[in-house]
Structures are given as structure tokens and as C-alpha cells.
Design a protein around this ligand. Sequence first.
Ligand code: NAD
Ligand code: MG
Length: 380
Amino acid sequence: MKNIVVLGSTGSIGKNTLEVARNLKDTFQVVGLSSNSRWELLAEQVEEFKPRYVALTDSGLAEKLKQRFHGSQTKILTGNHCLQEIVVKPEVDIVVSAVVGAVGLPAAIATIEQGKTLALANKESLVMAGHLVMPLAKKNQILPVDSEHSAIFQSLHSGKPCEVKRVIITASGGPFCDYPADKLSEVKPAQALKHPTWQMGQKITIDSATLMNKALEIIEAKWLFDLTAEQIDVVIHPQSIIHSMVEFCDGSVIAQMGLPDMKVPIQYALTYPERSPLDVRWFDLPALGNLTFRKPDVEKFPALRLGYHAAREGGTTGATLNAANEVAVQAFLDGQIRFTEIASHVEKVINHHHFIKNPCLEEILAADAWARQEMKKCLI
Ligand code: NAD
Ligand code: MG
């Protein structure tokens, strides 16, 4: 029996993780849950899984939860450090980090420092501070949940690290893949929130529409698999059947495929190195028909270029890009900026940030805070 904590249990990845845990209840016990809103859904999850700990960052909502579960076995934590408090509990074996944004970084570091396995969906923590997080982790202590990185991780089993030539990350292309470039500045949040192949939280759905998600994934892959930016290619594959590939030095290309369903990479991260049965839709290639591929249009989606830039530069560039993007995405959702301004404003913020080559955690957090302020100035 493995004890798991799900950070961000009320989100898209969080709910899928609980479905995996529900189906494998003889293998996994949910001992911790967390959320920063949706307390009623969190309460339902507490009823079902009876975790020992629940972290609810909003103290007003935490009070409601405390009243509801008064006298029960579940301890309710709140405040700025409640995610870290929960992951360091001695009985925890695996932490699934499915929170969105920079808030995931301190909990990721605490998880690794305590020697627990980190099943990582929160790519932002590696984008911000991969150079700090990766050296703390033992081999396979961080298991990727992001579907592309799970695919690369699985494909890498076919060879040795020194035999890897490059990785090819696939991208669906998002809802605007075929949309005229000169009309992109007019698109509304409702259009950008309609992803063609994946059902996800709002922030990553907008990131998928700008291709900033792919930019973040380039940086995530660099850190997870110790690659250079030059070893990472992106290809548009609208059907999202091939989740990513690894090309080895002998020309063999190993791909991991399947119908798009986040439960597959989530479960693999939880059961690794084993596999367990999962009730997925039948993989019917003739019914799928064609798998197609094309080059991404970097002029139309400049976020991709920013991802490569941050992967090459390292230092504080990833944290700056991530924080500026978080604020810009929210501003777009709130109708304050145009769709195309997300990437252009992020680029401006990156271009005049104070670059530090080998920043410590405080410097990373300072770069994050500075980038948020700078982006807010772009909104006035
Ligand atoms: P979501 O918006 O659906 O859920 C986010 C969760 O994080 C919620 O439970 C929310 O309560 C919690 N949260 C948000 N802000 C918080 C804060 N300030 N403090 C504490 N908790 C907070 O997001 P999602 O789509 O599930 O994505 C979660 C993470 O997984 C992101 O980093 C995303 O990039 C990554 N990811 C998601 C998918 C997907 O299919 N949804 C795929 C790959 C990677
Ligand atoms: Mg992904």
C-alpha cells in the first residue's frame, strides 16, 4: 500500500488522479488532498477518501470545512505553507503535484528533500527552478505526469542516455492552428478555451492556444531529461495520438501512443516501474485514419521562440517567463489584453529583466515577483 497526497485535487489533473486512486484502491491510499477554492467539491472528496490531512489555502473556506468535518479524523490545514506542511508528513510516499502555477515550487522542493516520490504535473516548478530542483532529486524520484514527458520517459527505456540524439515533442496546435494569423488579435477567451483534444484547467488551455504550454514543456524536458535546447524539437500533430518521441543515435525513433487520456500518464507515474490495467477506450488505428504532422509556425506563435530562448539562457529567464505569462493569461481571461499581447508582453518583460545566471531560490522568487509587477505595468 502506498500513501499518496494530491495537491490540487479539485482541478482537472487532481480529479483524474483520484479516479486512478479509486480504481486502484488496494494499492493506493489517499492521505492528503489540497485545493485553494471549490471547497464543496473538496468536501465531497474528503467524504469519499477520508484523508488524514487536507490543505485549503483560503482560510475563510478552510473554516467552513473545519465546521463540516468537526470531530472527524481529518486534520484541516490552511495558510501560506499548508502545501509544504502536508507533503512532509512521515507517512506520505508519493506526492502528485497538480496545482497550477508558481505556487507548486516550494512544495516540490519540500517533497524531494524529504525523499518522497514526486509525480509532477506542475511543470511551472521546473520551468522556474529546474537547476535547483533536479540536483536535489535521486534517479526517478521525479516522475513526469505531463503526457509528452511521460511519453519521452517511457521511450527513453529503449536506450542509454548517451545514445539519445534528440526528443520530438508533439503539440496538438491548439484551437488556432488553422486560424488566420492576422485575425488572432481578435480572438475571445471563449474561443481560446475550446481545446480540440484535451479537457484541462483554464490556464493550461490558454497556454495551449498560444503554444506557451509547448514553450514551458521545452524547458521542462530540458531539465527532466538533461537535454540541450538543440536536442528538443516540436512538431504539430493535431490528433494527439503520438504523445512524443525519442530519436536515438542509430536512427531508431521510439514513440509512445494512445488515445488522449491523462489517466494513462498519471497512473504510470503512480505505478512506475509496474503497469496496472486501466479501462481506456479501444485503440483503433483504422478508425483514427490519418496521423498528420507539420512544422510549428513560430511567426504566428512567438511563445515557442521564447521557450527556446529560456531553455538556452537558463538562470532567471524561466521564472520571469512563467510569472509574466501567469499574469498575462489572467489578464486575457479578464478581457484586459488581446490574445496576441500575451506573448508580446511576456517577451518585453523577459527582455528587460535583470538576468542572474545561477540564481538561488530567493533570487528565483524575486524574479517571479518582479515579473508579475512588470506585467501589471503593461496592463495599465
Ligand atoms: P486546474 O486549474 O484544473 O486545477 C488547479 C488545481 O490547483 C485546483 O485544485 C486548484 O484549487 C489548485 N490551485 C490553484 N491555485 C492555487 C494556489 N494558489 N494555491 C494552492 N492551490 C491552488 O489545473 P490543471 O489543468 O489540473 O493543471 C494543473 C497542473 O498540471 C498545471 O501545472 C498544468 O500545466 C499541468 N498539466 C495539466 C494537464 C491537464 O490535462 N489538465 C496536462 C499536463 C500538465
Ligand atoms: Mg503536456
